[in-house]
Design a protein around this ligand. Sequence first.
Ligand SMILES: NC(=O)C1=CN([C@@H]2O[C@H](COP(=O)(O)OP(=O)(O)OC[C@H]3O[C@@H](n4cnc5c(N)ncnc54)[C@H](O)[C@@H]3O)[C@@H](O)[C@H]2O)C=CC1
Ligand SMILES: O=C(CO)COP(=O)(O)O
Length: 342
Amino acid sequence: MTVKQPVAVLGGGSFGTAVASLLAANGYPVMLWMRDAAQAAAIRESGRNPRYLKDLDLGPYVQPTTDLASVLQRCELVFVALPSMALRSVLAPCSGQLAGKMLVSTTKGIEADTFLLMSQILEQVAPQALIGVLSGPNLAREIADRALTATVVASEHEELCSRVQQVLHGDTFRVYASKDRFGVELGGALKNVYAIIAGMAAAMGMGENTKSMLITRALAEMTRFAMKMGANPMTFLGLSGVGDLIATCTSSKSRNYQVGFALGQGVPLEQAVEQLGEVAEGVNTLRVLKQKAADLEVYMPLVNGLHAILFEGYPLQKIIGGLMSGEPKTDIDFISPDGFAE
Ligand SMILES: NC(=O)C1=CN([C@@H]2O[C@H](COP(=O)(O)OP(=O)(O)OC[C@H]3O[C@@H](n4cnc5c(N)ncnc54)[C@H](O)[C@@H]3O)[C@@H](O)[C@H]2O)C=CC1
Ligand SMILES: O=C(CO)COP(=O)(O)O
């Protein structure tokens, strides 16, 4: 039997743990890097992550470690499952070791000062690596439960896409390939903001018409923004766009949705984030997206409305009233101004 090459996963949170378990189930030795030595020791001892997806048996193929240098020395394929706030600071110091690697970001966020997506940071930090992203409707809890799931690996490098398909494909996990890294990654980052809104709507007891309106107008808004950024809007019709938007906006397993739900119950933002105790990327994305939309003059009423509620002290009811009484618009206005594809 051929011995399989070890694969690295950076980040010992929910998603790193879920990805590690998929790789291990396919027979790949996994070096799961995390910063917390106690957590690594606990995983080594019990075969389970004591903080995230606690009931998931990781098995002997997952080796937790805090030694990033040795992980990078041994693994050619590296999945990055760090929060967006940490990705640059973790990887920049080891940029010398990243040349020639295949780096795949699973992180769905945007860097605050630069408005860079995570794979764009990877390009800066590791100019001689092959870069890709993995994104789709991929709630970690459901992956851990082996729910049937699909995702997208996107990269200009076909060999990276094939490699990721090879290591992750399994009975319950299907990996589609795309060449549109920017579009795939942008969809994953933007949808988190709308999941917060969807969670708020659910907490307020809003009905299915409302939820459906929110999701489809979110898609319109995301697409309008993406086109202004030069992305291909068709990518948003795929798993990483509308697929992830649906999963995250309809599931109480989404942390962004959970933050929104708490907000809808009247919990202040800081407390909602604190009681979650996990990453909800949408909160920071909202801040930078609102500013970028203003700079680019993109009409994003949902983003502006949520920002006004969370950061400008506007009452929710006033924002809802404003959104509903806005001037009449055409439906698919983001494809062409009169609503019809050209
Ligand atoms: N959980 C999910 O269902 C999915 C998450 N993602 C994305 O994966 C990324 C990571 O999210 P999760 O793993 O879910 O978050 P999490 O909140 O479950 O875990 C975050 C992990 O990062 C670690 N961390 C934080 N700062 C660090 C630093 N400076 N250095 C090293 N480690 C650090 C924390 O200790 C924790 O282990 C996010 O961008 C998220 O959008 C993507 C798809 C699904
Ligand atoms: O991106 C996700 C599912 O695809 C996870 O969403 P949350 O970060 O809101 O949990």
